[in-house]
Design a protein around this ligand. Sequence first.
Ligand SMILES: NC(=O)C1=CN([C@@H]2O[C@H](COP(=O)(O)OP(=O)(O)OC[C@H]3O[C@@H](n4cnc5c(N)ncnc54)[C@H](OP(=O)(O)O)[C@@H]3O)[C@@H](O)[C@H]2O)C=CC1
Ligand SMILES: O=C([O-])CC(=O)C(=O)O
Length: 260
Amino acid sequence: MRIGLIGGGNIGKFLLQSINIDGLLSGDKIAGIYTRNQQAAAELATEFAVENYSDIQSLIQSNIDLVVEAATIKVVKDYAAAILASGKDLVLTSIGALADEDFYKNIEEICRESGAMIHLPSGAIGGLDVLKAAKSIGELESVSITTRKPPQALPGAPADQEQVMFEGSAAEAIELFPKNINVSIILSLAGLGPEQTGVKIISDPAVSKNSHTIEATGSFGTLSLKVENDPMPNNPKTSYLAALSVLSALKNKNAVIKMG
Ligand SMILES: NC(=O)C1=CN([C@@H]2O[C@H](COP(=O)(O)OP(=O)(O)OC[C@H]3O[C@@H](n4cnc5c(N)ncnc54)[C@H](OP(=O)(O)O)[C@@H]3O)[C@@H](O)[C@H]2O)C=CC1
Ligand SMILES: O=C([O-])CC(=O)C(=O)O
């Protein structure tokens, strides 16, 4: 499998290192990168011996099989349709883009026509398998997530005191915190949708990890799950588990035995 990468930040660099240098995907390799900052792209292309696509069209026209997006929600909104229409599969990290129902339906339709597939890694959380099973006969009643992060991981957070930065629906949360709460949208997609999924975001100077506590109720019983994530070394916003989940999604992409 030849992979094209969009974004050369934390997750992008982690994938370049683990796939192309450490060889964690056996024969699969990242063949090329497209990222906004051309100087950064040129440096990454040299360091990891990958092609440097000068624009998104060059990436789409290259002979890659699959694209990994590790950039922003705007990148997904701007480029996903063209990538999928070309028949290439797409793995997303900026899952918040799918909170927009019209956009979701549009790219789903494109996939039906082109045969491409979209993969949504579980990111910095877990428990999605429970919600999917619980709602299979429509008896999931409530789902919420409480995210607690250090102030440097949240825009506008005070440095010296704990503060509730947001309380409301996942739909509103991703509008206000597009780089910090993608987890609430994958949770919504697995469960009750962005309008019906509760979100609380707390800035806490006493913590160094990004924790996510998920609570759900339904006819299956109750779910309570807390993940305490170490951040990526260079970006306190992003949990290491989010990067690992992309690697895991790529590893399992063509598995003949699927779990969950
Ligand atoms: N699903 C989940 O659980 C999680 C999702 N995320 C999301 O994953 C994504 C990647 O995270 P992370 O690697 O930490 O982010 P970074 O901010 O470290 O990196 C983002 C990269 O995207 C590039 N980029 C930004 N805009 C564009 C553009 N228009 N075209 C091409 N490239 C662009 C940036 O380039 P430049 O330097 O030029 O800006 C940068 O290289 C983010 O959207 C983040 O919010 C993060 C954690 C968990
Ligand atoms: O990495 C995390 O802990 C969560 C995150 O930033 C996101 O969901 O956007």
